[in-house]
Write a protein that binds this ligand. Structure first.
Ligand SMILES: [Zn+2]
Length: 110
């Protein structure tokens, strides 16, 4: 038995919770996006501005979801916590701040 089995299970739960949160966020964004535009032109301009912000948020949430799914796959593969670029161990502090981190600090800066 590996000594890290317990913490891996914890990380998996953390990632699943994060994934659920981002899914919820994307659902909320879609609900807002379905609202029709107001006929008044100034209202319309404000709405269009919102759509730009909303689509940026959606892009971010979608990217984070993909990163979380990839991290879950790495847990299954036994490579979680290792940098996908250089293979070095990713620092615990970095993983605590963002459990879906795929790269070490050095590779992220590069
Ligand atoms: Zn690296």
């Amino acid at each position: 038995m590996g000594t890290s089995a317990g913490s891996t299970a914890q990380v998996r739960e953390q990632l699943l919770a994060l994934r659920a949160e981002y899914r919820r966020r994307i659902d909320t964004i879609h609900d807002h996006a379905r609202n029709p535009l107001e006929p008044d032109s100034s209202e319309q301009a404000a709405q269009l501005g919102n759509i730009a912000v909303v689509s940026a948020l959606e892009t971010e949430a979608t990217a984070e979801l993909a990163a979380i799914d990839a991290a879950l796959l790495r847990i299954d593969a036994g490579t979680y916590g290792r940098c996908t670029k250089c293979g070095e161990t990713i620092s615990a502090a970095r993983l605590a701040a963002r459990p879906a981190s795929a790269e070490c600090m050095e590779c992220m800066k590069a």
